[in-house]
Design a protein. Sequence first.
Length: 228
Amino acid sequence: MNTAGQFTTDPTARRVLISPSIIAADYCRIGEEIEAVEKAGADWLHLDVMDGHFVPNLTIGPGFIKAVRAKTNLFLDTHLMISNPIEYLKLYADAGSDMLVVHVETIDNPKTVIQHIHDLGVKAGLVLNPETPFSLDPGIFAELDLFLVMSVHPGFYGQKFMPEVLPKVEKARKIIDEGGYHTRLQIDGGIAPDTAPRAIAAGADVLVAGSAVFKADNYATAITALRG
Ligand code: DX5
Ligand code: ZN
């Protein structure tokens, strides 16, 4: 997967990327759905892994990601909503993820986890739940390929956007720009044509969208509408 220019320290070279969330797709036609969003202009594919323990839902595992990897060249953005993710990082990297994004609520030492993910040869991200305060040491952004601010409580697609998380996006944007870091700033949950402009204005440059894409009549129009 050629991600040249997608992880750049040059803020002027960064365009808003769209990462459709596959759990909102038609599970009986996953292969066609992936082809359709790729054709429709998706930049990444967002893979929501849920273990029924950290979040009250159960979704996909490494076998699913392996099948998706064989199907597409899209950048696979794996969002691990699982307890004790350390145990599973290698499994999800070997399955074909291009990036592993872990919840700060599920790990003790973000720095070592990021290093471990990089040692597996994939990009690394951290995510904060809506109720989790932003108390990370800004210096960690030097190692981060992605920082994700959840704008819904994780577990399901189709939920309502939570604007109260936007100050965390603004804070992260300031850290990234002042530090000159290459970190991508992602927001996930309830992103649609009416909420995307607020997320982008706050500084997000990667938008996850489940229902706004996969429940739309035309995926290309939906993706364009999100980019603004
Ligand atoms: C929620 C997931 C999100 C969700 C997005 O736990 O992490 O990625 O699937 O779906 P929408 O865009 O419909 O909120
Ligand atoms: Zn997600």
